[in-house]
Design a protein around this ligand. Sequence first.
Ligand code: SF4
Length: 325
Amino acid sequence: KKVLVEINHLKQYFPIKGGILGRTVNHVKAVDDISFNIHEGETLSIVGESGCGKSTTGRALLRLDEPTGGDIHFQDKDVLGLNKRELRKLRKDMQVIFQDPFASLNPRQTVRQILGEALTIQDVIPKEKRTERIQELLDNVGLRSDHIDRYPHEFSGGQRQRIGIARALAVEPKLIICDEAVSALDVSIQAQVLNLLKKLQHQYKLTYLFISHDLGVVRHISDRVMVMYLGKIVEIADKKSLFDNPQHPYTKALLSAIPVPNQKEKKERILLTGDVPSPINPPQGCRFHTRCPFVVETCRSKEPELRFTGEGHQAACHLVASGNY
Ligand code: SF4
């Protein structure tokens, strides 16, 4: 499949200031040397507990935060080398939908103004065609086009998220980063919004990077899934392969925690003890070793590499690599 985004050795460290002089005394290693691709037309999900680096990765792609290291290519463009003007142009191709649409929509603007602004900034549509285009966008996301002059507070949470989606769509992007985009919604509304995202993907040939802590949601929407732990990729695979045949102990633990209806065999539950360690001084060797039920001596000193374990399936674990597990 054609690669839309290529990420190599991406690092995102946030400085921690301390002392009287406010010098940088340490760093939070939010994302620590990860490489992966996003294919055209797919939905790649990133899952993991909070603090694993999934949202930071999304923000780095958009350069909402400047990455500490690595490189990002969008089609053939070197994203980190772009100047401000070029970056504005790129933002037309890469849009984001956040968890809380209420926070990201200006309460004093009507839907017409919100979507109109998106169209003006990107300069994609002549003024006289704007109303027509806004109504078309509303229709596409399942909102009534005669609600064009309403304010965000006059809509429900699910409807507000649809406005957020319409705003992202307004500039005809290629990639949409959905950062916990349905996490704040009720389960029944979640399903409707996920189905809408799928419909729009098909209609506009969109690519999604879907960031979520919820494996149920990820299972519904993804083509491929990437699991992160403490700033590292621990496993990446096609959805079916990941859910049916997880390799990494952390993925197994995450999956064993979600109930599967009508399952014949009872799943073995892998309980994780302890909290996620601090990303300021992550554990040596395998970062998961402080919580891994299968830890062996090597894990404490040597960092496992991400290796292929099957077609399109990669995991970073010494036991998986040695076949002893
Ligand atoms: Fe567990 Fe070791 Fe594998 Fe890390 S490398 S996941 S500690 S078995």
